[in-house]
Design a protein around this ligand. Structure first.
Ligand code: HDE
Length: 681
């Protein structure tokens, strides 16, 4: 319980009250009765029937039978971690939210990353948007920023959300495919709901297969409002920027990882935090004056639109550090309940029809998932400030509310709990003027579905464009309906003719007869080519066998670790491997467990003189890493391997005899991360 005192904060202290440690204790029933036998049920005779009287057996089995709760209808598979947020800049000019004013305060946070489509047990590396939901435990109550790693959404109005989800989930007759959009109903939805065009471009891009939860951006997606002390409002879009940069897997790698390590992203995040490499994300805001609401050429209430960063800069205002893993996955990650309606004074909504619908859905969904209206009392969901109101009873109520009064207005309790005026911290809704007739319709200003999809395409580097074409080709190759395939080709001709033509040919559809876009604008911030490139926590596989060059390997290990790179040794067996000059290193893997997709780079030191299988595996490992565009290094006997694989001299393939020089170049290559132009060299 005192395991992480250095990282204690108000939320952590609160959780302490609920932590319980069964280790070293006597076994009891839930009633505290000491149990003398936990292996045999109570029977009438040793070979006779089990007795109903066996209260211990029944309690144990009944509890077990009820261990599962419904998984989230979307974002079922997630991974949560604790951390804290600290502000760089006082934002009082824009908002009265205290946690956005006080730069000295550390606000505890809980973040749950997730995939959207798959079930709880699905693989981490599937092609999908990722959820990025943050609960700030502020001194004014909980504020939830429930975002994704993609800044736009498939639809413009929440009423279509059930249709969208029915289309992308496994098909209802056979429940296939799991955690994949590569099937008929999804693409049928896309072609017949063309507002999805922009989101689809992101989903087909590298953004949908992140390298790590630690290496993806987060977006609030909707336009929100910041409101200051004077009641003046500004429109705002929220961004999370990872300090490690935004990085992705390649598709072949992602698919293999889904089998080799379905928990790849969980392992990565858990391990990084356990090893003290705390993921950091900066919070950015794009701010737009109310008077400029109609100045952008699109509707800011339309969640299929971004505000290009080059037009409205992202102002970095603070940093979140994720520094503590959960103690218990179910208690914390599974039971955490996010809700867009969890706001603090100074943060308000807009009329984005997607946002408005979410304000209903998140509260509603928890009632089923967490079994009643008292889920705010579950430890992970409690604010760090007290709550008082006249809500009472319901399933699983924990608080014992004192007194007779549970209504407002009253005289028996001095009319308390009493509402608080806005100048004393009470939440007051922003007084936006609203005037209109009741109507079921969509504003004409939401009609342009393609311009920003083209903006995204225009902003991609050639390799990124290639990946998008490949992703469309893959997904649509899995679609059985020729009609749906053709509809999708014709739809994306509106985004770009080259794109639609390229995948049309790959999937055996007719290239589009007409299409094209007049949009020539691009936004460099959208391309991952322009992201931060860091070697921190990159994993390098070091392949060696007995008799390796001791001083050389020692030197390489020293330099890599010094840079924050994580080297892991693969050898013929796990355990100590002996090199020259008395150097001994510990191999953590054999090729049985270590596959190239689990690493960011390879350093080949030495194969085996006798073990043909090992050499075959090593050659395959290097070849696969090469085909995934990863840095490859070799020295001494290792160089011959690269010659045999015919990759010497290719970009990102580093060899050398001067060790200092070699390691410097190799580290630079690890920083560059991928060498897309290999085949062309
Ligand atoms: Fe969600 N979404 N969503 N969503 N969403 C849920 O709430 C919903 C949308 C997002 O880690 C559900 O507690 C509707 C956009 C995340 O616990 C549910 C609409 C964005 C998470 C729900 C949207 C998101 C959810 C399911 C269309 C990015 C996981 C379980 C109007 C800005 C939170 C739950 C976690 C989860 C409804 C669209 C992000 C059913 C109706 C846009 C990160 O309430």
């Amino acid at each position: 319980m005192d395991e992480h005192n250095d990282r204690k904060n108000s939320k952590d202290e609160q959780l302490d009250i609920f932590r319980t440690d069964d280790r070293g204790k006597e076994l009891t029933t839930n009633q505290g009765l000491k149990v003398s036998e936990d292996e045999f049920s109570l029977k009438a005779g040793v070979r006779g029937p089990t007795l109903l009287e066996d209260f211990h057996f029944r309690e144990k089995l009944t509890h077990f039978d009820h261990e599962r709760i419904p998984e989230r209808v979307v974002h079922a598979r997630g991974f949560g971690v604790h951390g804290e947020f600290q502000l760089y800049k006082n934002m009082e000019k824009y908002t009265r939210a205290k946690f956005l004013q006080d730069t000295s305060r550390k606000t505890p946070v809980f973040v749950r990353f997730s995939t959207v489509n798959g079930s709880r047990g699905s693989a981490d590396t599937v092609r999908d948007a990722r959820g990025f939901a943050t609960k700030f435990y502020t001194e004014e109550g909980n504020y939830d920023l429930v975002g994704n790693n993609i800044p736009v959404f498939f639809i413009q109005d929440a009423i279509k959300f059930p249709d969208l989800v029915h289309a992308f989930k496994p098909e209802p007759d056979n429940d296939i495919p799991q955690a994949s959009t590569a099937h008929d109903t999804f693409w049928d939805f896309v072609a017949n709901n063309q507002e999805s065009a922009h989101m689809i471009m992101w989903i087909m891009s590298d953004r949908a297969i992140p390298r790590s939860f630690r290496m993806m951006e987060g977006f609030g997606v909707h336009t929100f409002r910041l409101v200051n002390e004077e009641g003046k409002a500004h429109f705002v879009k929220f961004h999370w920027k990872p300090l490690l940069g935004t990085h992705s897997l390649v598709w072949d790698e992602a698919r293999k990882l889904a089998g080799i390590d379905p928990d790849f992203h969980r392992n990565d995040l858990w391990g990084a935090i356990e090893n003290g490499f705390f993921p950091e994300f900066e919070l950015g805001v794009q701010i737009l004056a109310e008077e400029d609401e109609f100045s952008l050429g699109f509707d800011i209430l339309d969640a299929t639109k971004i505000w290009p960063e080059e037009d409205i800069p992202v102002n970095i205002i603070g940093k979140m550090t994720l520094n503590r893993n959960v103690d218990n996955f179910f208690a914390e990650t599974e039971q955490v309940a996010f809700h867009l309606g969890n706001v603090v004074p100074g943060i308000d909504f807009t009329n984005d029809p997607l946002l408005q619908g979410r304000l209903f859905s998140y509260l509603d969904t928890q009632l089923l998932r967490l079994g009643g209206p008292n889920f705010h009392e579950i430890p992970i969901n409690r604010p760090v400030v007290p709550f008082h109101n006249n809500q009472r009873e319901g399933f699983h109520r924990q608080t014992i509310n004192l007194g007779k009064v549970s209504y407002h207005r009253n005289s028996l309790a001095g009319n308390t709990p009493s509402p608080v005026s806005p100048d004393k911290g009470g939440y007051a809704t922003y007084q936006e003027r609203v005037d209109g007739v009741k109507i079921r319709a969509r504003s004409e200003s939401f009609a342009d579905h393609f311009s920003q999809a083209t903006l995204f395409w225009n902003s991609m580097s050639p390799p990124e464009k290639m990946h998008i074409i490949e992703a469309f080709s893959f997904e649509l190759s899995k679609v059985k309906s020729e009609s749906v395939k053709q509809q999708v080709v014709d739809m994306f001709a509106n985004v770009d003719m080259e794109l639609a033509t390229a995948f049309a040919i790959n999937i055996g559809a007719h290239p589009p007869a007409r299409g094209g876009s007049a949009v020539t604008k691009s936004s460099p911030a959208l391309s991952q080519e322009n992201t931060v490139k860091s070697v921190q926590t990159r994993k390098v596989a070091i392949i060696l066998t007995e008799g390796f060059n001791g001083p050389e390997v020692n030197y390489v290990l020293y330099r890599l670790i010094n840079e924050g790179i994580i080297p892991e040794i693969i050898s013929e067996h796990i355990g100590m491997v002996h090199g020259t000059e008395g150097v001994v290193v510990k191999a953590e893997h054999t090729f049985l467990t270590a596959k190239s997709v689990l690493f960011d780079a390879v350093y080949m030191v030495r194969g085996s003189n006798t073990n043909v299988m090992f050499n075959k595996d090593a050659a395959y490992f290097i070849d696969e890493a090469y085909s995934h565009y990863k840095p490859i290094g070799a020295t001494g006997a290792g160089i011959e391997w690269l010659r045999v694989n015919q990759i010497l001299g290719q970009p990102g393939v580093i060899t050398g005899t001067d060790m200092q020089d070699f390691v410097t170049q190799f580290i630079e290559a690890v920083a560059a991360q991928r060498f897309w132009y290999r085949e062309l060299a």
